[in-house]
Write a protein that binds this ligand. Structure first.
Ligand SMILES: Cc1cc2nc3c(=O)[nH]c(=O)nc-3n(C[C@H](O)[C@H](O)[C@H](O)COP(=O)(O)OP(=O)(O)OC[C@H]3O[C@@H](n4cnc5c(N)ncnc54)[C@H](O)[C@@H]3O)c2cc1C
Length: 417
């Protein structure tokens, strides 16, 4: 079939789906591109949600189409169009309401949704949020306008960003963390000291080693949280940030292989012919550990989506994976980077730690000391891209190790014979 007759269907209009649509359009100027979105709004930049809540950004600031690489030209985005099932033999997608959409190439880019721990009772009460969509964020902002005290359940990055946004609005915010320290998936407790200090200074109350058992409510909505210690806290709003899981329910009756997320090969293709997957919903791999992983990063979803778009349009493109841990961001104005293998307690990885009053650096080398496999930088994140390159290329660091440890590495060192 000539490309100009091709029908490309993409389920999910976010980082991966829109990057794929643009890549297809670049490679095939005449094929039909249809993007099905269950959301009622045009595609937007999801990581800006905390700024919408703090009031620093508006809905208009968040729009994707017309910004950066997203031209939207010749891409038919259908809102309120939830895919309910796919039939890989007849190459169709059933959309809520019964419409059938035919495809020649299909991309699953349905992302993930928040995990709501079933052991916490009362999560359905008004005033309980798990921030994922623009609709959630607008409702949370409305609720915050009426609230004095918010309890956040979970010490992960998304919850910290949302907590900081709520602090900026002038609310009292308490973070309830099951682990001994915040950001436990991205670093070890000792690595997080400066971040913890910055959060404390910003006014966030943090309770570690505890969890919520009940969200308490009355007719008007949430009015408290009961902790496993028996302590009760009064609040008018609760945000749950306990991780996410991939949106794969609609694939239950299909033959697409799912193992936590949608399983793809190195070319983003699924086991079913002409079906691809990318972004948070897809299972990819970590080039350092070779582990199969699902990630939750906008940048990764864009990269993988673009790669899938090229493959769908016939430009064979290998996806080279991403680190299981890879974050470069800031919380409470404290910049940090965490990448590769960073949990080293009780292991034989060679670690080097250097800290000052304002900066912290942990470098992790393989057990034989020959490769850099992980790094945490807090405060000063300069040259992080260079370290990422050294890790990703699995370089033998024999000649450059002293520069890495002293933090004086530069590109010239990589050219040493
Ligand atoms: C509050 C918040 C802050 C974040 N901050 C950062 C950050 O600072 N840096 C970073 O790298 N990442 C951040 N992320 C993560 C990042 O947003 C995600 O990794 C990224 O959006 C994943 O893109 P995706 O296209 O794979 O999926 P998603 O963005 O989840 O989009 C999937 C889309 O598909 C839709 N969909 C699902 N099922 C169906 C269906 N059956 N039919 C039709 N449509 C469907 C969904 O409604 C959604 O619109 C943040 C996320 C949140 C929630």
């Amino acid at each position: 079939m000539a490309n100009n007759e091709r029908r490309y269907v993409i389920i999910g209009a976010s980082a991966a789906g829109m990057a794929a649509a643009e890549a297809i359009r670049q490679s095939d100027s005449t094929g039909f591109i249809t993007v099905l979105s269950e959301e009622p709004v045009q595609p937007y930049f999801r990581p800006m949600i905390p700024f919408l809540i703090s009031g620093k950004k508006s809905v208009a600031d968040m729009t994707l189409v017309g910004q950066g690489p997203y031209s939207g030209t010749g891409i038919d985005v259908r809102l309120n169009s939830k895919a309910e099932a796919i039939d890989t033999k007849n190459q169709t997608v059933t959309v809520q309401g019964g419409d059938l959409v035919l495809y020649d190439r299909l991309l699953i880019a349905t992302g993930s949704r928040p995990y709501i721990p079933p052991e916490i009772e009362g999560t359905e009460a008004a005033g309980v949020f798990a921030l994922r969509t623009l609709t959630d964020a607008l409702a949370a902002a409305d609720c915050a306008a009426q609230a004095d005290h918010v309890v956040m359940l979970g010490g992960g990055l998304l919850n910290l960003k949302a907590a900081f946004a709520l602090l900026e609005r002038g609310l009292d915010v308490t973070l309830v963390v099951y682990s001994p320290e915040v950001l436990s998936q991205l670093m070890e407790p000792d690595d997080a000291v400066l971040i913890r200090d910055a959060l404390n200074k910003a006014g966030l109350k943090i309770m570690t080693d505890c969890s919520a058992t009940h969200i308490l409510s009355q007719a008007g909505g949430v009015n408290g949280v009961l902790l496993n210690s028996g302590q009760e806290m009064f609040c008018q709003m609760v945000c749950i940030g306990k991780g996410v899981f991939p949106n794969v329910n609609f694939l239950e009756q299909s033959d697409v292989q799912v193992d936590q997320g949608v399983v793809v090969d190195r070319f983003t293709a699924c086991n079913a012919a002409n079906v691809f997957a990318a972004g948070d919903v897809a299972v990819t791999f970590d080039p350092i550990t070779s582990d199969r992983i699902v990630t939750g990063l906008w940048t990764n979803a864009v990269e993988m989506g673009r790669c899938a778009g090229y493959n769908m349009a016939g430009r064979t493109t290998e996806y080279t994976g991403t680190f299981g841990i890879l974050n470069a961001t800031q919380v409470a104005d404290e910049p940090f980077v965490s990448m590769g293998i960073v949990h080293t307690s009780g292991t034989d990885y060679e670690t080097h730690v250097f800290s000052t009053r304002n900066t912290y650096r942990k470098l992790v080398f393989s057990e034989d000391g020959e490769r850099l496999v992980g790094a945490v930088f807090v405060g000063d994140i300069s040259h992080a891209g260079l370290y990422r390159y050294v890790m990703r290329e699995k370089m033998d660091v024999a000649k450059i190790k002293p520069f890495i440890i002293k933090h004086t590495l530069h590109y010239g060192h990589l050219l040493l014979p």
